[in-house]
Write a protein that binds this ligand. Structure first.
Ligand code: MN
Ligand code: MN
Length: 359
């Protein structure tokens, strides 16, 4: 018995040893893979631009591992200069209904791990063609909207010293105003194409001028927009009054409603948009609530009857050859999301925007 028990113990200890060795070996192998994986931007088969640093190769580092940056791209401090940077703006104190978009950037980054190198719609590998990077998050005061707006503008201006273009991850729509101020400082007034269920050109809420329902009235008043060259896409359901649209036109906007899209089709809507923006520099601001709640339930002010994710993709591909100088994707509020539906939609839209930047 004793001898037999001794054998068992020895056998168990041998098995344990070999399991531990295997596991150590696997972990060493995985560390080596992370350290030595050729970034996707440097793979030979891609015809990559020289010296472009991309994400780790997902065939060597699983998508659910690796850096927590957008699409596992390098951090901005890992590259000398970025053609475009992703910037998180976790701020939602301008929200009028459901809060929670302060957690949007981390939800979008988490969803972005699934992105692959080749963009089918625009036939390009964004991170092999231009240097992309994640610039981290802005620190914005959650208790003082005016100060937060200044902080976001300052952060965007600082970032422009290191990156040519920014795709911002909101945050509620308040953040578009300081982002537009920073863009205006670089290129002057822009033609804004604003995808949203709502106009966001209202004057004040509870007497307050800086909220997520007012950024584009402020932007127009401040001269940041090319008057009569801006457009909303996806407006629907209800506004406060018919006269909202009179104000809106005066502020420089035309409206393509979801009903216009449903009745006239996307190509006709695209023709209108392209004619509208003319030859101006374009800024694209995308409130995720432009999508139907079936496609993006995780948002602060959901409105039934919205675009599908695929319709929004077609819009973006149709605008890809315009001179797009900046963009944001806002109002992702993960507490109301299900199975990452909204985060994944937002992720794919950010990917589309980065692909547009390569055009
Ligand atoms: Mn909205
Ligand atoms: Mn909005």
């Amino acid at each position: 018995m004793t001898e037999h028990g001794g054998d068992e113990r020895e056998e168990r200890s041998r098995e344990e040893r070999s399991w531990r060795e295997r596991s150590e070996l696997a972990s060493e192998r995985s560390e080596r893979a992370v350290a030595s994986a050729p970034p996707e931007g440097e793979r030979e088969s891609t015809g990559a631009a020289i010296n472009v640093l991309g994400p780790p190769d997902a065939r060597q580092v699983p998508r659910f591992a690796g850096p927590g940056t957008f699409a596992r791209l390098p951090r901005l401090d890992e590259v000398s200069h970025a053609d475009a940077a992703v910037l998180g703006v976790p701020f939602d104190s301008g929200t009028s209904y459901r809060p929670g978009a302060r957690f949007g950037p981390e939800a979008i980054r988490a969803g972005s791990k699934l992105l692959r190198p080749y963009h089918l719609g625009l036939e390009v590998e964004p991170w092999t063609v231009i240097q992309l990077a994640d610039a981290g998050d802005v620190s914005a005061n959650p208790f003082n909207i005016m100060e937060a707006v200044s902080q976001i503008e300052a952060a965007a201006n600082t970032l422009y010293g290191k990156a040519d273009r920014i795709v911002a991850l909101g945050g509620d729509h308040t953040v578009a105003l300081p982002l537009l101020r920073a863009v205006h400082g670089r290129v002057g007034p822009v033609a804004l194409i604003h995808f949203d269920a709502h106009l966001d050109t209202w004057d004040t809420y509870f007497g307050m001028p800086y909220t997520h329902g007012t950024p584009f009235r402020r932007a127009s008043e401040e001269g940041l927009l090319a008057l009569d060259h801006c457009a909303h896409v996806g407006v629907r359901n209800s506004v406060y009054a018919r006269t909202d649209f009179d104000d809106d036109r005066r502020l420089g906007f035309a409206t393509v409603s979801t009903l216009d899209v449903a009745r006239g089709g996307i190509d006709a809507a695209l023709d209108r948009l392209r004619e509208r923006v003319g030859s101006h520099a374009v800024y694209i601001s995308i409130d995720i609530d432009v999508l139907d709640p079936a496609h993006a339930p995780g948002t602060g002010t959901p409105e039934p009857g919205g675009l599908t994710t695929r319709e929004l993709q077609l819009f973006l591909y149709g605008l890809a050859d315009l001179p797009v100088v900046g963009a944001d994707v806002v109002e992702v509020s993960p507490a109301y999301d299900h199975a990452q539906l909204t985060a994944l939609a937002a992720t794919s839209i950010v990917y589309d925007l980065l692909a547009i930047f390569t055009q």
